[in-house]
Design a protein around this ligand. Structure first.
Ligand code: NAD
Length: 713
């Protein structure tokens, strides 16, 4: 799946925005997908209500077609088969059958897009499968959800979704933008009446109006009961047409956000109003729920209130502060919550799902297309693969990818810096097994009695504070651990891959670093346990090969980042992203002019597998990394831009032996393996940030980054 995508979406409605929030969401998303060059066919059931209230029949950004019933879908079977991916939305009539038909017909991945996640889960809890069957969740390749946070975890862990991802709504900043208009109200609220929101509206707006008779308020929306005693300074508007929303917000000094009870309970469920008002630069006062801080920076981009007093205090803010919050909100929308951001997420996740499904091992073919083509492992032989360190950041991604290829994977890990959480996906797979063991110790018989075709050695802490915590153990992990695994490789005839590191170049005098450079390493400093351990592991590995004891591959890995990096382990990307998301000061060591080259994890896994599967003569060590070099200051700038964070930079002293420049020369990887990284820093950082954002614990509870060096292995 590369270049522009052919997508088929079966959704509730695109043609009518009457009485549903789906059409607005789809319209924004589809426009953004079209702008990114994708071809979308939207299939809508000819339902009486929507047919009678169509406000869009001929969109210029997608093809819109109607079908009458399930049988009528057959007409589109060819399109569905030819599509790169298919998406079935919530509330589609006969959705269970439609979803089944899509999964049976499509060749590419099929995703479920839930615009109503809390409602869906409440329904499933009651055994109501109106549009989604509980046991179908595991059969969809992806579950896109309007609700992020712990709900995603639930979808994966309890319902067995292979990948549940937040795909929030968004606001088009070209439509929702600040307008010059006289201020009519100090605080407005736009929303249909609902029983569960009314007590909050009563506390945060109506009571505030009573206590501040000199201020003006507005409540806009239908279905409010006639017996509500509105104070005289509350103006009621029965209906504000969507086209007039920007003007409505422009006329409000502040606007109030009140969230449905089921969305508050689930948390991480931002409503479209939030994004629309923020895009208009109207400062928002919101009710409080988990995960709000992962969407907007509290206090800088949005205000929160639980009581009337909180609201009155906010309304009292000086104009300059009010303006700054409005501007902050708009800035955050522009950097994280536009339809383009949602389209990017959708695109990236669909590609990842396709990769999981059909492209288990990726072999680059740069000469022909500049993109990677899938290479299936020989499915008949089903490789038996041992991944030491498989519960770590890189190891767990490697296990997932190998399992996708149909391989049988045994992960051996002592869980020193890795975690079972990283293996959640892998543990659901029948071909996966985990054995807790420390490779410094002789390997237990339940490992050495087995046969393997491939052994990857990724076991070793990679973050400076963690590998320095027990330097002797780190050194022995590289030396004794590698020896134990090499012995096993010899015994079982497996090809062996060592994950070495750019740290073997130390603080380099040659730049960028080719594999022929011998390095400049301090053998007595605090980093030596790692650097020298890896150098020694390389020596052992090449001696093993020279002695004809087996086939080896050595990857010199440069800084890699991505989802599952722990915020607390002191590596620069995770530290900067998590500090930015939490609104904390960002720690930069030294003046930030030291450079690093950051490689996205998917690219690295491609490289490791390409190297392991390289069948030619033993190629010697190969650098794997991204040659796009940048200073730590530049990294911070990009992260601030993407997260929209207002965090400030806090400078600390450079750690001992911190390398000043780091950039791989990957000419050899390109020539020998045809590999090079293809993920841009912005794409990779956005994916990493979304992962932090969508974590069960959310950004607010991301463990604080260690106050240790944000220098990286
Ligand atoms: P990580 O700390 O997330 O993973 C290392 C894994 O090895 C963890 O699961 C840990 O519990 C396990 N482990 C450590 N010591 C062990 C032992 N004695 N026995 C069994 N298991 C043990 O680190 P990572 O980023 O995933 O790195 C994986 C490998 O790649 C490491 O060898 C590292 O040196 C190398 N590397 C990584 C990077 C990077 O940027 N991520 C850069 C250069 C090299």
């Amino acid at each position: 799946m590369s270049g522009s995508l052919k997508l088929v979406i079966l959704g509730l409605s695109l043609s009518s925005s009457w009485g549903n929030g789906h059409a607005t969401t789809y319209r924004a998303l589809l426009k953004a997908l079209a702008a990114r060059g994708h071809d979308v066919l939207f299939l809508e059931r000819n339902a009486t209500w929507y047919a009678a209230h169509r406000d869009l029949t001929d969109p210029d950004y997608c093809r819109l077609a109607f079908y009458d019933d399930l049988a009528g879908l057959e007409r589109w079977a060819e399109e569905v088969r030819g599509a790169d991916a298919v998406i079935v939305g919530s509330y589609v009539p006969e959705g269970v059958a439609v979803g089944r038909w899509a999964r049976e017909t499509a060749v590419g991945p099929v995703a479920f897009y839930d615009i109503d996640t809390p409602v869906t889960l409440a329904k499933l809890g009651r055994g109501d499968e109106e549009y989604l069957a509980a046991d179908a969740i595991a059969d969809f390749d992806l579950y896109f959800s309007f609700t992020g946070g712990p709900t995603l975890d639930r979808l994966e862990r309890i319902f067995g979704s292979p990948a549940a991802r937040a795909l929030y709504c968004s606001a088009d900043p070209d439509i929702y933008r600040p307008l010059e208009a006289p201020r009519r109200w100090d605080l407005s609220y736009l929303g249909t009446y609902s029983d569960d929101r009314q007590p909050v509206l009563e506390r945060l707006l109506i009571e505030a109006a009573r206590r501040a008779p000199h201020l003006k308020f507005a409540v806009a929306g239908p279905q409010y009961p006639a017996d509500i005693a509105w104070p005289a300074n509350v103006e009621r508007l029965e209906h504000v047409a969507p086209a007039d929303h920007p003007a409505f917000y422009a006329a409000s000094r502040f606007t109030l956000n009140v969230t449905r009870a089921d969305m508050v309970a689930a948390g991480f469920s931002p409503s479209i109003r939030l994004f629309e008002a923020a895009a208009c630069a109207t400062p928002i006062i919101s009710d409080v729920w988990d995960g709000l801080d992962t969407v907007f920076g509290l206090g800088q981009e949005i205000l929160t209130a639980t009581s009337t007093d909180d609201v009155l205090a906010a309304l009292d803010l000086p104009e300059a502060e009010r303006d700054a919050i409005g501007q902050g909100g708009r800035r955050r929308v522009l950097t994280a919550h536009t339809p383009t951001h949602r389209a990017e997420t959708l695109e990236r996740e669909l590609r990842a799902a396709a990769r999981r499904r059909t492209a288990p091992l990726m072999t680059p073919d740069l000469k022909t297309s500049g993109t990677r083509e899938p290479m299936m492992l020989d499915q008949t032989t089903k490789r038996r693969i041992l991944v030491a360190g498989g519960a770590g950041f890189l190891g767990s991604h490697l296990c997932d990818r190998l399992l996708d290829s149909g391989a049988r994977v045994l992960c051996v890990d002592n869980l020193l810096t890795g975690s079972m959480d990283n293996l959640r996906q892998a543990l659901r797979r029948p071909n996966f097994e985990f054995i807790e063991a420390d490779i410094v110790e002789p390997l237990p018989a339940r490992i050495t009695s087995r046969a393997f075709d491939r052994i990857y050695n990724l076991a070793c802490p990679a973050s400076p504070p963690l590998y320095q915590a027990d330097p002797e153990h780190t050194l022995l992990t590289s030396v004794l651990g590698t020896k134990h695994l090499l012995d096993l490789a010899e015994k079982t005839g497996a090809r062996f891959l060592l994950s070495s590191t750019s740290e073997i170049y130390g603080d380099p005098h040659v730049h960028p670093q080719p594999e022929t450079y011998w390095g400049h390493v301090n053998s007595t400093g605090p980093r030596a346990c790692y650097d020298e351990g890896k150098r020694c592991a390389e020596t052992l590995t090449f001696d093993f090969s020279r002695a004809g004891r087996g086939e080896v591959r050595v990857a010199r890995i440069f800084n890699t980042y991505g989802p599952r990096l722990s915020a607390a382990d002191g590596r620069v990307v995770s530290s900067v992203v998590s500090q930015a998301l939490a609104g904390d000061d960002i720690t930069v060591f030294g003046d930030g002019s030291q450079t690093r080259s950051f490689c996205y994890v998917d690219d690295m896994i491609d490289g490791l597998i390409a190297l392991m599967e390289h069948d030619g003569p033993e190629p010697g060590p190969i650098n794997l990394g991204n040659p796009a070099e940048m200073t730590v200051n530049e990294l911070v700038e990009v992260v601030l831009k993407i997260t929209g964070s207002t965090s400030r930079v806090k400078r600390m002293d450079l750690p001992v032996d911190d390398p000043k420049r780091r950039r791989p020369d990957i000419a050899k990887a390109q020539t020998v393996l045809g590999w090079r990284p293809i993920t841009t820093l912005e794409q990779g950082l956005t994916a990493t940030m979304n992962w932090f954002d969508g974590r069960a614990d959310g950004a607010a509870s991301i463990p604080k980054p260690a106050a240790e060096p944000a220098a990286v292995a």
